[in-house]
Ligand binder design. Sequence first.
Ligand code: GTP
Ligand code: SPV
Ligand code: MN
Length: 610
Amino acid sequence: MHIDGKRRGNTLADTLHIPAHVRLWVEEIAALCEPDRIYWCDGTQTEWDRIATEQVARGSMVALNPEHYPNSYLARSAPNDVARTEGRTFICAASKEEVGPTNNWIAPQEGRARMQAIFKGCMRGRTLYVVPFCMGPIEAENRVIGVQVTDSAYAVLSMRIMTRIGRDVLKTLGENEFFARCIHSVGAPRSKGEPDTAWPCNDEKWILHFPESREIWSYGSGYGGNALLGKKCLALRIASVMARDQGWLAEHMLILKVTSPENKIHYIAGAFPSACGKTNLAMLDSTLPGWKVETLGDDICWIRVGADGYFYACNPETGFFGVAPGTSNKTNRNAMQTMRSNSIFTNAALTEDGRVWWKGMTDTPPQGLTDWRGRPWDPDSGPAMHPNARFTAPIEQCPSLAEEWCRPEGVRLSAILVGGRRASAVPLVTEAFSWEHGVYMGATLASESTAASEHDLGSLRRDPFAMNPFCGYNMGDYFAHWLSFAQNEQVDKAHMPRFFMVNWFRTDENGQFIWPGFGDNIRVLKWIVERLEGAAEAVHTPVGNVPAKGSLDLDGLGMQEDDLVPLMTIDRAVWRKEAEANRNYLAGLGARVPEQLRDEQDALEKRLRA
Ligand code: GTP
Ligand code: SPV
Ligand code: MN
């Protein structure tokens, strides 16, 4: 839309408080991208309804049956745009050394030149939406404001669920105040009369981060972490650099609240790699009478040391972008309830009566499914939904939401969990001996996608603190940053969170999970809480403290103490191999890995030899 002969935006823009520096920047980006019109988002329900209706009309979203899923939509992505593209994700820091071996690097000048060239005219025939957003409660001192410009209506609608967007954000942003500049295009310009595809994207994808200027340029993809720039790009990759510089932590963690029958409350954060159980643990439906878990966040956790020296955790998001397959009323009732309305489903199957479906939701698939590509489902052509099908749902709809979830100062952390999928070696739960040992556990965290055998360590995917794809700087420096809190004067050393490693995924000789997991994980949380309170017994092993016989509550589980043996025993031969693999891994990360972690490595090996 042109106003005064200039491309100034929708008339709504005149009713918003738009700081001059934001307006100027948007005009600059619009001049580069050449959209047909500019639309400033106010974040209202009316706006959501209008944009969603437009998308349904052009065939890029399906309105679900309002009886079952009011105000909810199914979106189907292009088959070549179904997940984050780590190989096309770059950090444009001053030097390659700065980003380290776990990140792709392009020099900032070169990155900028490439983006200027590739974004030229990339929004022709499209609308440029301006989405002012805030990570963290708007009133929080430490919130981070960003503005995402995007030509994806799906990104706009999703950002409204996942973050605080619109009028209030602009109102709080001062003239000349910093905001993170986030530029996103699906990279599919249209000339006049050319038909539009339902899910436009480009074969070529670029996800560039400029940590120095806190800027993000994302091109070619409309999916999840590639396109909702407040999430992984800003709240983790850029924020991790800000956190390093400013003395806090930006982490890929869930946050939960446990309440004991005696009404003792503990807040716990947990770093599990993608698709390793954060959402499920955060929404745990307790199987132990009197023990309750409430949800504060399922993916991102910002941690700061408070004036009292305690660690405070805060979820900067307002929604869940959760893995759909496997989610059911049996595994995660809270998630199923959360997504009953005002939600977006991506790459799920569609039922005849306008509901979504995925594997695991019911025992057998319903008749007459439409698959995630929009075709009548033929079981011979693969699964009905994509394995990375996701739900996007507002956190406020979560029945297990803790009332303090958006407290501006966050909640005091008692413990930090780390864990991946390990078919072997790693016990159900292990308590670290110290902060440094806990950082070592986090730094050497690994996960496997398939059930690997005891000796098949080669198939492990290393994912330190579940941050491998999300740490925006050198991994060695990141470990040093974690370690530095034990020396930090601001920190109350007596009340630092304690580290625990967990593993729900040990398998038996038939490849079946030994531990029932899900709601029964409360038994492990209970043991952790009792350790924190000095009540539960533990056995010292070379790799950490594991539950003593009888200390893990098995009441009503149908498992005996003996069944737990394979979950708790430390096989020294296996662990020597494990330790050797850790040593090689840390060595491969280069010279910036701190000496203290090498000391932890030596100490572990010594304990295993003793
Ligand atoms: P991202 O959103 O990708 O970061 O994933 P996430 O860490 O939130 O993982 P999520 O909770 O969505 O779980 C991913 C998969 O792990 C699902 O298929 C779950 O069914 C499965 N899962 C989660 N918790 C457990 C558990 O305790 N035991 C077992 N066996 N599987 C689990
Ligand atoms: C993850 O991969 O950890 C996710 C999905 O949470 S995405 O937002 O696409 O990164
Ligand atoms: Mn995640």
